[in-house]
Design a protein around this ligand. Structure first.
Ligand SMILES: C[S@@+](CC[C@H](N)C(=O)[O-])C[C@H]1O[C@@H](n2cnc3c(N)ncnc32)[C@H](O)[C@@H]1O
Ligand SMILES: [Zn+2]
Length: 374
């Protein structure tokens, strides 16, 4: 009924068939490999790592927490409310000889988090993390790691974004980034109530999920400052013009909703996080760490982090083929578009969110003018 597999340098018993009561998803190995390098990077900057506590709060087989105990050496609490999962977590702790470093819990995640404060808190739910955000924000001291797989409502493809996140997504070509930023915005607002703030270290979307890794800082002023990193994106569905603006611009009505390029009405998405969603130096360190470790998904993990390192901190992107289709020109290579943007004095980069997209500070009319010349 169980199969012994290996992730990183850790052995894990997993159910032969995927069940909800004993959950293990092999497709998330990539995410767990990146986590290991990110957690190792994060704790390497802390003075006394032997006392750092990590909570794997929705653990399934326990694979994340057990890997953190085994491959990074932290003290971990591994929790699942499903009793068969809890029994499996205990077996997996024993299988790796981690009884001194790992403790299994059979609790409701919110109860666990409201009772105990942890340095690092991991929320890896089925679907939306919203039911656990309040307790996670109250508990966490240093680092939040959060997954969302409800990408349809977050990205504006279904209703539900407004209801769950108190924010309006728009279904644009950069919906993956919009979902990531709406989630970061919701976490910022939730943390603020506890006089805490996040500084995103590494945020990415891949396949069906979004994963955020963010440093947590404390203090009323820090929390107030973090609200300045929230804002909105105005998008014109007629000509494709888009721009971001802050909440204070919105409150003081400094922004109109008529498109300056085509005169049509723009639509507004948000509130969402409009500041940087990664810290470059941190990502560089994670990339190095990935390179040094024994990991099953090393190549894919390094590619995502590499792309994050080189990505501009602009809160949206342009899909290259959609631009060329609108102009009725054959698409040149994406590298020649990037070169042309650079030689016209603009910043431009690729993005990990979409292979066929570019980020740039050029406006859409400026990008189109450049494309016509290529
Ligand atoms: C997506 S799975 C976790 C996968 C795991 N983190 C991994 O990397 O393989 C979500 C888990 O959360 C558990 N769960 C759902 N709601 C819960 C709650 N309120 N309290 C505790 N556990 C819960 C489920 O039993 C399930 O095992
Ligand atoms: Zn327009």
């Amino acid at each position: 009924m169980f199969l012994e597999i290996k992730e990183g340098t850790t052995k894990i018993l997993v159910p032969q068939e995927l069940t909800k009561s004993m959950f293990y998803n092999p497709r998330m190995e990539l995410c767990r490999d990146i986590d290991i390098a990110a957690v190792a990077t994060f704790v390497s900057s802390l003075p006394n790592r032997s006392h750092v506590t990590y909570a794997d709060t929705l653990a399934g087989s326990g694979v994340r927490g057990i890997r953190v105990a085994n491959e990074v050496g932290l003290q971990v609490s591994i929790n699942d409310r499903s009793t068969p999962a809890y029994e499996l977590i205990k077996r997996n702790i024993a299988l790796n000889g981690l009884e001194e470093r790992a403790v299994a819990y059979n609790e409701n995640t919110n109860v666990l988090l409201l009772q105990t404060r942890y340095d690092l808190v991991d929320i890896d739910p089925f679907g939306s993390p919203v039911p656990f955000l309040d307790a996670a924000c109250k508990s966490v001291k240093k680092l939040l790691l959060i997954t969302a797989t409800d990408t349809a409502p977050l990205c504006g493809a279904h209703t539900g974004g407004v209801r769950n996140y108190a924010a309006r997504p728009l279904n644009t070509e950069y919906h993956a980034e919009m979902g990531t930023r709406i989630l970061l915005g919701a976490i910022t607002r939730e943390l603020c109530r506890y006089d805490k703030a996040i500084l995103p270290l590494l945020s990415y979307a891949s396949a069906h999920f979004i994963r955020l890794i963010a440093r947590v800082e404390r203090g009323a002023k820090t929390a107030d400052d973090s609200m300045q990193r929230l804002g909105f994106i105005a998008h014109c569905f007629s000509c494709g013009h888009r721009f971001a603006f802050s909440c204070s611009d919105m409150l003081e009505m400094r922004v109109g909703n008529i498109c300056e390029l085509c005169g049509r009405k723009m639509r507004i998405a948000g509130p969402l996080y409009i500041s940087a969603i990664k810290e470059k130096a941190f990502c560089e360190h994670v990339h190095e760490e990935l390179g040094k470790r024994e990991l099953g998904k090393k190549k894919e993990a390094m590619k995502i982090v590499h792309n994050c390192i080189h990505e501009l901190d602009i809160p949206f992107y342009y899909e290259h083929h959609a631009l060329c289709k609108a102009l009725k020109v054959p698409p040149p290579s994406i590298l020649s578009l990037l070169d042309a943007l650079h030689s016209n004095g603009f910043s431009a980069s690729r993005t990990h969110f979409l292979d066929t997209a570019v980020k740039t500070d050029a406006r859409i009319d400026e990008i189109k003018a450049i494309l016509k010349e290529l």
